[in-house]
Design a protein around this ligand. Sequence first.
Ligand code: DON
Length: 583
Amino acid sequence: MPNRAHRPARLRLWPVVVLLVLAILSGCASTRSPNFQPAVASAHPLATEVGLDTLANGGNAFDAAVATAAVLGVVEPYSAGIGGGGFWLLQSSDGRTVFVDAREKAPSQAHATMYLDANGDVHPDKLSVNGPLAAGIPGQAAAFAHISNHYGRLPLSTTLGGAIAAANDGFAVDEHYRTLAQWRRAVLARYPAARRVYLRNGEVPETGTVLRQPALAGTLTELANHGFDGFYRGQVATRLIEDVTAAGGLWTEDDLAAYRVIERTPITIDYGPYRIWSAPPPSSGGIAMAQMFGMMTARPLTTLTNTGLLSNDNQPESPSAGTARLHYLTELMRRAYHDRALYLGDPDFTDVPVSRLLDASYLTRQAGTIRSARATPSDALEGDFSAGTHTTHLSVLDQDGNRVSATLSINLPFGSGFLSAQTGVLLNNEMDDFSIKPGTPNAYGLVGGEANKVEPGKRPLSSMSPTLMQGPERSAIIGTPGGSRIITMVYLGLLDLMSGESAANVVSAPRFHHQYLPDVIQHEPGFLEGELGDELTKLGHSLTDVGRAYGNMQLIVIDHQTGQTEAASDPRGIGRATVVTGQ
Ligand code: DON
């Protein structure tokens, strides 16, 4: 073995020189571990492509996430856009994790009874769903500016280039667009600008029709050139308020100028060897998942099956292991969604009892009420309300290991259906995520109370749950749209990941869901049929086939041993997941 210490100095130095040159060439002289195979998974191929280009052109995961999200807002007008908001979970390669809350805010003139008629009943026009009254003050543009300024490497003018081009050049209508536009056709036809841009002669455009959005391109250009002020102040803001006011909306220029994203601490969950980061209030996702994992720790499935009541071994009549697991998971979901309905809302307005809800002894008590061989009727859980594949997701990993999981929304397909003609901004209908009347279900059948009532400047409670997981063997970037079912989709996805499933299997696995009320297990067609369904019914569960597949999960999985990245886009959608190999 040659003695390294006695090598000529010139030879000893060359690796250092090479490393230094490489570091300078890549624009970063700090330590990097270029061990990651970058990947982008998003709900649309064009958006994924722009995200990958951004990485290839020197952007980091945060730039790529902004670029991808901006394109999604153009080519998926039914999902998310600068007229909406979202949640971004960012993790830098040194492990720092931050949650950017870009949720819409109720305008200053909003009030608790704004969606009720003179009798106190929900207004028959569904004002919280259709038209400009349904829209909260958007956060998406502020998120782009904030993330780009604070975490990106590239200027917003570069990052938004792909979205501006897509809005100017147009995109081709596909079957997915047609399905969602059909769903909202009547409301889109009601508003002249929406009718002109998204429909043809009042009808859903044929597949292949190219839809251009020049007004939106202009607004994105203002945002690209002037950052926050380009959207929330100045000519875009003035025109937006003109259009919204003329159509009967309540927004003011002050509401726009006062909008701010909020950086919050994510909810962290430790479950066995896994650490999970997810969305804090005003999302309900992180708390609900923390509760479900906490109850699993307090009372693992095996402690129920070991009673014999759920075990297959000694009781021929007892349900199968598969049924036992489904029963158990359903009961966890029911309890978490019960607390969601009762206690969760915008933490800046309502006192969310986070530590009590996540307290180990509370979760042990809650788990203790799970009966081994019988469903718990939801109305038997304490508390009452007398007092009170739209939406999108993207997951990004860059070569340094920076990660983004972002779920973005305008709520229902095409949001409120109202398009501002002058700015090309399609308004969200996120106000429907508030509890518009205690105990009255929203579009997702969710009920809520005081904690989530409408108040000026407040953020509506959300289920969006962008999530990161770190395990001993693999880590993951995961999320999906799907309204109230987002939380259970991500939760079931995490359980599958912990069982070692591949990314492709996780995103395509059949789905079921329980949300406390309505007191039914909702499931995708073809799942929970036959013996499994019969056994669950015998345990006292009611089953509802929701009639169509749901969710659009975008997942990236990193294998720590092999250094390989795996990415998968939900086969239920039209998205694309690409791993960059051979760098
Ligand atoms: O924030 C929420 O919980 C909802 N506005 C999300 C809507 C959604 O995921 C629609 N997707 N299919």
